[in-house]
Design a protein around this ligand. Structure first.
Ligand code: HEM
Length: 212
């Protein structure tokens, strides 16, 4: 029994090792998502400045995209299609291939606290880039949910008359703007931490570019 099992499992192990850490479709959708999200954020800041939700918060025009309100709206609406359709491809392929559950689950508060403590004391292992640690799993799941909130609150603002239920779920038009802004702020904070973490483990950037 042992002698039959060993070659089968080692062949399986070898094919697992030879497979790219991130499949091509994941890398393409990740970078398209990053591009769309950055364009939406920078142009969104210019749109926000035209009518700030919070009077005390104004974004310096030099770090916005679009030049003026009309230009920024064009960038925002163009990148919106890329963000949504690319996001649908990412979610469908991820769930249908089984990768989503394999990569992000199981996940427990205990594991998050354990890995957070290990990370803060510099003891978190980055030896196996095939597996996300619990803090990464939580952060990635959170930003995926956040992107859903961004899109839905954006839709409630853009087509508030056509989607009254969505608008009311957001607490009305004015509240939808606050939801949209807060979800953007969460994504901005995620990107800052995400890029800093990638800089700490540069090998992870290579895997997201080359697959291994
Ligand atoms: C702009 C918005 C961005 C968002 C929303 C985002 C989101 C994500 C998510 C959800 C994952 C996990 C994907 C999965 O396994 O299914 C991921 C992985 C990754 N991202 Fe980003 N990302 C962004 C920008 C960036 C940027 C600018 C960089 C490069 C500096 C980057 C580098 C990476 C790398 C290297 C990984 C793999 C991490 C690892 O294997 O340890 N991301 N990102």
């Amino acid at each position: 029994m042992e002698t039959i099992k060993a070659p089968v499992s080692s062949a399986h192990e070898r094919s697992r090792r030879d497979a790219p850490i991130h499949p091509l479709w994941l890398r393409v959708t990740h970078w398209l998502n990053a591009l769309a999200a950055l364009i939406m954020m920078l142009s969104g800041w210019r749109i926000y400045d035209a009518s700030p939700v919070f009077r005390q918060i104004v974004i310096p025009p030099s770090i916005t995209l679009g030049g003026w309100l009309g230009g920024a709206l064009q960038w925002h609406f163009a990148a919106m299609w890329l963000l949504v359709f690319n996001g649908i491809v990412y979610v469908v392929l991820n769930v249908a291939s089984g990768r989503f559950f394999a990569k992000f689950f199981p996940l427990s508060p205990r594991a998050v606290l354990r890995d957070l403590a290990a990370a803060l004391s510099g003891k978190l292992s980055h030896a196996d880039l095939r597996q996300y640690n619990a803090v990464q799993k939580l952060a990635y799941l959170a930003v995926i949910v956040d992107l859903f909130v961004i899109v839905l609150s954006g839709l409630a603002i853009w087509k508030s008359v056509q989607f009254p239920l969505l608008r009311e779920l957001m607490g009305g038009y004015d509240n939808a703007r606050i939801v949209h802004f807060c979800a953007m702020a969460f994504m901005a904070a995620f990107v800052v931490v995400h890029v800093a973490m990638v800089a700490l483990v540069p090998r992870s950037l290579l895997t997201m570019l080359r697959g291994r």
